[in-house]
Structures are given as C-alpha cells and as structure tokens.
Design a protein around this ligand. Structure first.
Ligand code: GDP
Length: 355
C-alpha cells in the first residue's frame, strides 16, 4: 500500500538568527490540542500533524488550491548546516525541504551564505523565514497571529520599514541568483523564493510558514514522498548514544518503509557495515508521564516513515552518525545492503578527502 509520508524539514541559518527559538515555538504550538491531536515529540524530531496546520491556518489554506493530503510535517530538532550536511539519504540530503532563517535586521551573514550554498548544492527546496520583525521600529506585536493579521495593525512607518528591509533581502538573494518575494506576492513558487516575515519570539507568521511548507511539499514533492509503507525501512542515524538499561542505541530518522521490532538491520559504521538484530524500538514518553527519569521511553512494535525512533540492538558501539540504516528481511538483502553501505562509506571518505 502506498501512502504519502510527512516531508522531513531542516532549519538552517546564521547563529543567533533564531533557529532554535523558532523550532521551540513550533513545538509549543497549542491549538485545541485534544481536538487536533497536538504536536508529537519523536526522537530527534517534532511532528506537526496536518490537522494542527489546518487549524492554525484557517483561510490561509486558500493559498493552495486543492487539498493538502500530507499527514503533516516532521521537523529535525537539530538546526544548522552541520547537521544538514551530515544527514544523508540515498546520496542526497535527508531533509526534503528547508527553512532558511535570516534575522531581517541583520540580513545576510556568513552562515546565511554558507547555508544557501549548501541548499543549492543538495538541490533542497527552501523557504525563507525573515525573523525578528517585532524589532522593527514601532512594530505592534499581535502574538501568535499570522503575519497578515499583524501587518494590518501597523502604522505606515513600521510597514515602510518592513518593506525597506524586505527589499534589501530580496536584493541580496538576487545577487545569489534567486528571485525572491514576500510569500503573498509570489506568482510561481517553482521559480520564486518565498519570504515569510516572522517573529519566532512572539509566534508571528508561523501559521503562514507552516502552511507554505505543507503546500510546497504537497505541490512539488508528492512523488518523492510517496512510499510503500509496508516495505523494509530505510533511515539515517542522527546520533549514537548510551542509554541506561539499553547499552549503545542509535537515534534514527526513518524516511522510507516500516521498521519492525524483530527486523534485522544493516547499519553504517566507521569503516564497515554492521549487521544486527533489533532488541527494542523506543519512542519518548510524553513529558507529563515521566515519573521516573530512568524510564523515559515506551517500546513500540513498529514505526512507519517518516519518524524519529531510538533503536536498541547489540554491536552498535561503532555505528556512525549520518550513516544509513537499512532493514532487511532475507540473506540476499543483507549482502545487498552491506554493499550499498560500504560504497557510501567509500564515497564519503573520498569527498571529505577533497575538502
Ligand atoms: P539560533 O542560534 O539561530 O538558534 O538563535 P536562537 O534561537 O538561539 O536566538 C538567538 C537570540 O535571538 C535569542 O536571545 C532569542 O531570544 C532571540 N530571538 C530569536 N527570535 C527572536 C525574535 O523573533 N524576536 C526577538 N526580539 N528576538 C528573537
């Protein structure tokens, strides 16, 4: 059975431009939680279900003609381009889409440029979050409301100031070969880069940002996001860590198929492929249910893409962050997966040698 999975979203940008604040704010979005299902915390990732986006967005959804069939968005919790470049999937990037955060008052900074170059190299579609608009002189904050609601409350001077800063940004993007525009003025999202003015600190513009990403993914990435749910899982290691009671575990983002608790997995190590059998699949307990910090996880029987999950298994000591995880269901597949992983290790070594 085929299904469309959640796009995996990465957040990039210069230090202090607000990446962490934005992710925190998204994580803490509360919209009629019970009704909408709320935000789910995965291992290393945060899931925003489509119901939440629809609730937040209201009339903004008309930005996209046609229905959004995606189940939601999965944000990688670790922002920055180091995480982005180290997390690969099938030779490309693990992230299907990215948000480039730029402090609208500071404009382009060295890591903004680095991020753009990386996104270009990986051909990752992205949108721009022009952050900290609350710092614009005279801006009257309307907390947790869309940008388009905020802009109506501003006086002429603040609006003008925002426009000037946006034009500076648009000019900079032009220098780097991108035609950019404020999101509500974009005619063709394939050719123009959309800029959403936001304030991560006050939650301004986040509804638009979420709707925009969901719409872009639906419109342009549907084919890529279509997966065979029951197929063997594929994922990328976010982190290798010791966990009391479980030994060495790997935190993995699954981007294809379904991982089952009795699967055999082939995992990338420093210079070899590790074949091991899963002992447990662990997901974080909801925070309010953790009574004893030693029992922070729930065990699950299976998990389908896209999701963040912790895997406990023997022999993971030499597993390497950024490497692939491939689930296999026959001897033949083990050999194929090992070969694929070894080839990838070789290509990474060669490409880092060049740097
Ligand atoms: P990161 O390095 O990109 O992750 O940036 P942080 O999220 O750590 O933010 C850096 C600083 O900017 C912190 O002091 C935040 O409180 C502040 N900040 C982030 N977003 C906003 C915003 O929208 N408005 C204002 N006024 N400050 C912000």
């Amino acid at each position: 059975m085929k299904k469309i999975r959640q796009p995996i979203i990465a957040v990039l940008g210069h230090v202090d431009h607000g990446k962490t604040t934005m992710l925190d704010r998204i994580r803490n979005t509360r919209v009629a939680e019970k009704e909408a299902g709320g935000i789910t915390q995965h291992i290393g990732a945060t899931e925003v279900p489509i119901e939440v986006i629809k609730k937040l967005a209201g009339p903004l959804l008309s930005l996209w003609k046609g229905e959004i069939k995606l189940p939601g968005l999965l944000f990688i919790d670790t922002p920055g381009h180091e995480a982005f470049t180290s997390l690969r999937a099938r030779g490309g990037s693990l992230a299907d889409l990215a948000i480039l955060v730029v402090d609208i008052n500071e404009g382009f900074q060295p890591q903004t440029i680095e991020s753009i170059e990386i996104l270009r190299k990986y051909r990752t579609p992205f949108v721009v979050a022009a952050n900290k608009i609350d710092r614009i002189k005279g801006w009257k904050v309307v907390e947790n409301e869309p940008f388009l609601v905020n802009i109506k409350r501003q006086d002429q001077r603040a609006v003008q100031e925002l426009e000037t800063k946006l034009w500076e940004l648009i000019g900079k993007f032009y220098e780097f070969g991108f035609q950019a525009n404020r999101f509500d003025r974009v005619q063709d999202f394939r050719r123009e880069l959309a800029i959403v003015p936001i304030s991560a600190k006050y939650g301004i513009g986040l509804p638009e940002l979420l709707v925009l990403i969901a719409g872009l993914a639906q419109k342009y990435l549907e084919e890529k996001l279509k997966i065979e749910v029951e197929g063997p899982a594929r994922g990328t290691i976010l982190e290798v860590r010791e966990e009391v009671g479980f030994g060495t575990t790997i935190d993995v983002i699954i981007y294809d198929g379904t991982l089952r608790k009795d699967d055999i997995i082939v995992v990338g190590g420093r210079d070899k492929a590790i074949v091991t059998k899963i002992r447990a699949l662990l997901k974080p307990k909801p925070l309010d249910e953790i009574r004893d910090p030693r029992y922070r996880f729930d065990q699950v029987d299976e998990v389908s893409a896209a999701a963040g999950i912790k895997i406990a298994a023997p022999n993971l000591e030499e597993a390497l962050a950024g490497s692939p995880v491939i689930a296999v269901r026959s001897e033949e597949e083990i050999e194929k997966a090992k070969k694929e992983i070894l080839e990838q290790i070789k290509s990474v070594i060669i490409s880092t040698d060049k740097v």
